[in-house]
Write a protein that binds this ligand. Structure first.
Ligand code: HEM
Length: 162
């Protein structure tokens, strides 16, 4: 009986490049929005009594933009090391990195929507979950990059050669 062909592997390089560039675009727009709030001296953002909101939304913007760049770096890393996309750890790395890119800035942003004096709102609970996802992704990717290289799997080779 002929061996059944292995299911096609997701294109992790393109997935992270696409996700990263769109995340960067979205969080740059958030930066531009914050800039506009400064321009109009918006009290709900700039008043001293609302400094928790300003801190949380600045953190959402900064973490989102940086995580967008981390995704682009991950895509470039996967492209630079041809054996990596076939590594068994890559599906988990990809999922946790994308989850972190959503959860960290979303948690900061939600924490600034409603807040209690100096304490961010309950949405901030997403932040430690996102941080744990990011730690897993970065640790596993560092391990995968440190593993001795092996030739790409035959399916991977075929795809690269067209
Ligand atoms: C890769 C791109 C970017 C990164 C990594 C980034 C990162 C950061 C960081 C780390 C801060 C916090 C600075 C601090 O509080 O000391 C910040 C604040 C800020 N960023 Fe960006 N930024 C980027 C692009 C932009 C763009 C394109 C805009 C506007 C068009 C923007 C608007 C702002 C504003 C208005 C603040 C201050 C918010 C406030 O304190 O009220 N950023 N950004």
């Amino acid at each position: 009986m002929a061996a059944s062909p292995s299911p096609p592997q997701p294109d992790y390089v393109r997935r992270h490049l696409r996700f990263g560039w769109w995340a960067l675009f979205a969080f740059l727009l958030l930066g531009a929005t914050l800039e506009t709030l400064h321009g109009f001296k918006a009290g709900f953002y700039l008043d001293v009594s609302n400094e928790t909101r300003r801190l949380m939304w600045t953190l959402a913007h900064a973490h989102g933009a940086l995580l967008g760049l981390v995704n682009v770096a991950a895509g470039a890393t996967l492209r630079a090391l041809p054996e990596l996309p076939g590594d068994a750890r890559i599906p988990l790395i990809s999922a946790t990195l994308r989850a972190a890119t959503v959860l960290l800035p979303a948690g900061f942003f939600a924490g600034g929507v409603t807040f209690y004096s100096g304490d961010p709102g309950v949405g901030i609970a997403l932040v430690p979950v996102g941080a744990a996802c990011l730690a897993i992704a970065v640790f596993l990717l560092a391990r995968a990059v440190s593993s001795p290289s092996r030739p790409p799997a035959p399916t991977e080779k075929r795809r690269r050669n067209g």
